[in-house]
Design a protein. Structure first.
Length: 185
């Protein structure tokens, strides 16, 4: 009888403990928009075919993802859309990434500008990074620089080097963001 009483008491304690443990646990909320965006950006950067000639930005609102930017090959647009769709917390993906025209002329211009920019002594440290932060977008001979540099001077140097590479149609658009802008007095 003592054995039955002990078993019953032990079973009641286990049941009470599991009830208390389940009462303390609240359902885990899904990732917030910032976490989703951070994970998608990570996935894009780890995509092996994402290069300095592509530029993709991510916007997330209540789990709805917008991909915006440009890629140099048609298959990259679909691949990046699939990568974003598989991130936890994503409800839908709107893929507005533009596929740049495939052109031997544009490819040659991309390489010339990349060599000119990343060979400059002030910018060469960016070229040795796994994912260089200066992206060179060429659309039918029109050049745009996207990404981030450390200072205003580096932004200006990148713009000058891209302009001096030649063969571009018109002015180089320098949309580089400066991480540490100079303070104005």
């Amino acid at each position: 009888m003592k054995t039955n009483l002990r078993l019953t008491l032990a079973a009641m304690l286990v049941a009470a403990g599991s009830l208390m443990a389940s009462a303390d646990q609240t359902p885990a909320a899904g990732p917030d928009d910032a976490q989703i965006a951070q994970k998608i950006v990570h996935e894009i950067r780890m995509y092996p075919r994402y290069t300095i000639f592509d530029n993709v930005n991510v916007k997330v609102n209540n789990g709805e993802v917008d991909l915006i930017g440009q890629v140099s090959q048609p298959f990259k647009k679909a691949d990046l859309g699939r990568l974003a769709q598989h991130v936890a917390g994503v409800r839908s993906v709107t893929n507005e990434v533009e596929v740049l025209p495939t052109s031997l002329f544009d490819d040659r211009l991309r390489l010339q500008i990349a060599r000119s920019v990343y060979r400059d002594p002030a910018l060469s440290r960016y070229g040795i990074q796994a994912i260089p932060p200066i992206h060179i977008i060429v659309d039918n001979g029109h050049v745009t620089l996207e990404g981030v540099v450390n200072s205003d001077m580096e932004k200006q140097i990148a713009g000058v080097r891209a302009s001096q590479a030649g063969l571009s149609f018109g002015q180089v658009v320098n949309n580089l963001r400066v991480e540490n802008p100079a303070k104005k007095s």
